[in-house]
Design a protein around this ligand. Structure first.
Ligand SMILES: NC(=O)c1ccc[n+]([C@@H]2O[C@H](COP(=O)([O-])OP(=O)(O)OC[C@H]3O[C@@H](n4cnc5c(N)ncnc54)[C@H](OP(=O)(O)O)[C@@H]3O)[C@@H](O)[C@H]2O)c1
Length: 226
């Protein structure tokens, strides 16, 4: 079973629709955006809420075999560090990092019992670049690297791999929040001078799903940005 958090919009929705088209068993998680299509494939949970996450896993236990988990849920708020409120910092940390911890914590016991699992966290090029105004987002995405690395070691003898995809800038999802003038600056920094197509994310996901010896690492998919 493929489980995708953040499947109601953007990249997660794109992946969910690809897997449905292929006939894969897939569950998409949404929170605030009610899906207009494929509603039978979705479950509503707030992935920052431990009770909801553990309830989801226990309710779907029978279905959850050969688990491949894609953590795509994410939030962003920009602000220079010296102006960022603690509430905004926590909102981003919870949305991006607490959520990955909670989903992993509650899925790992099933994966360990089954001696199989794939965890892929969707991280970002932003902490590699140190983009001003992104301290919360960068901190949370860099946190995913550490969490992933530890999970990979803790579960290396259990047929479980954990990896991150560090995405550059894509033509889908939260990029639509970037103002047009800023977009020109962003495009100019990308050596390939274009936004990424999400097929590249899908291809990398397939590669990680099919590999049993790639764990504790990151793949950069960013048009040559770093
Ligand atoms: N797009 C890019 O260029 C880009 C670049 C680098 C990294 N990324 C990363 O890629 C991932 C997907 O990005 P995107 O652009 O597709 O984002 P998006 O369009 O803004 O979608 C974000 C998704 O996360 C879900 N989500 C947020 N908080 C949640 C919560 N508490 N519980 C459950 N679901 C929650 C949203 O669900 P609801 O709306 O239903 O609440 C939505 O489906 C993110 O982790 C992002 O940081 C994206």
């Amino acid at each position: 079973m493929i489980i995708i958090s953040g499947a109601s919009r953007g990249i997660g929705k794109y992946l969910l629709e690809k897997y449905i088209a292929e006939g894969q068993s897939v569950i998409g998680i949404y929170n605030k955006t009610k899906p207009s299509k494929h509603s039978d494939r979705y479950v509503q949970i707030d992935v920052t809420d431990e009770q909801q996450v553990s309830g989801f896993v226990s309710q779907h236990k029978e279905l959850l075999k050969d688990i491949r988990f894609i953590h795509c849920a994410g939030v962003n708020l920009n602000g220079f560090t010296h102006k960022l409120s603690l509430d905004d910092w926590r909102f981003v940390m919870q949305g991006n990092l607490d959520s990955a911890f909670l989903m992993s914590k509650h899925l790992l016991p099933l994966m360990r019992e089954q001696n199989y699992g794939r965890l892929v966290f969707v991280a970002s090029v932003v902490p590699q670049l140190g983009v001003p105004g992104t301290s919360a987002y960068s901190g949370s995405k860099a946190g995913l690297w550490g969490l992933m690395k530890v999970i990979s070691k803790e579960n290396a003898l259990k047929g479980i791999t954990a990896n991150c995809l560090n995405l550059g800038y894509y033509n889908i999802g939260m990029i639509s929040e970037v103002p047009e003038d800023m977009m020109k600056v962003v495009l100019n920094t990308i050596p390939m001078k274009k936004l990424g197509d999400p097929i590249n994310i899908y291809n990398a996901m397939q590669f990680l799903f099919e590999s049993d010896y790639i764990t504790g690492t990151e793949i950069n998919i960013n048009g040559g940005l770093v």
